[in-house]
Design a protein around this ligand. Sequence first.
Ligand SMILES: *Cc1c(COP(=O)(O)O)cnc(C)c1O
Length: 352
Amino acid sequence: MLPLPVLRKAAAEMLNYGKSGMSVMEMSHRSSDYQEIIDAAEASLRKLMNIPDNYKVLFLQGGASTQFAAVPLNLLSGSGRADYVITGQFSKKAYSEAQKYGDIAVAASSAGANFSFVPKIEKTAIRPDADYVHVCFNNTIYGTKFPEIPDTGNIPLVADISSCILSEPIDVSRFGLLYAGAQKNVSMAGLTIVIVREDLVGHAKDITPSMLDYKLAVENGSMYNTPPCYAIYIAKLVFDWIEALGGLEAIAKMNREKAALLYDYLDSQSYYTAPVEPGSRSMMNVTFVTGSKELDAKFAAEAAAAGLKNLKGHRSVGGMRASIYNAMPREGVEKLVEFMKKFAEENPKEEN
Ligand SMILES: *Cc1c(COP(=O)(O)O)cnc(C)c1O
């Protein structure tokens, strides 16, 4: 979802942005009107996330999946080694992609438990000369999240925060690099945000495509080529919306309350099961199952018919997944819980 006020504002400005006489979609990215938009977007994001001055903010393309390659290409500049924590599909993909460029090892994994928790990273599992450690902070498909930021000492920590960016305050200074596809919690598809510590920029491998070289992106103010102009504009509107709500502390409080509505209900009954261990629960993606494939399918279909869309779990795990990103209002979660109660009453399971 995008916040309704954001969609309304975009609609109102669709034909004529400010005094420009044109839509943001039609602007040259080199125009002063557009420069103001991208500058304001960066300033708002820096303020919201409290991004330290020694970090660069990049507005790129290619989705989080392109960063699966860009990260190793730019950061494997010392030993050529990096350690990955495997907590689901996206971290697995990041790990496979990185293997093309260096000596990549698994520092921890919860694959054996169908990714139902986030594993603890033992200090001894990280190679002391690793160039970085990679984690996927919120696992969108499985509904898990790191309960705290792992301590990797002096080794830069890199995190995919595609599905939790801007959901709560996060201490950027604990990371070497953060990246996120914008389409989950920030904007529309097409924009990828990278927040990278200055000293990690400028060491890309010779084979790095120019489009993936952070140094070129920094030097060109995210405009080495045409950036995803409209997606950056929508992101700016979303940043303004969060700011007006009171910033990340305020949005985190709302998100905690929304997630608690669902988890408290799940914990209070036995019709549905939440497969994720309580200590690893995501605030953004809540997964649950009935224990029957037929009932799961019936649930998703009837929920969609009742206006509760996109509840079918990812094709790789089945069951249900409620993605309750920032823009999902509390009423949406309340409606879902009501629907879950009604469905359980109307579809008793056979005792066996
Ligand atoms: C959705 C998602 C991705 C994939 O993002 P694209 O922008 O489609 O490449 C990667 N990582 C996480 C955590 C995601 O939620």
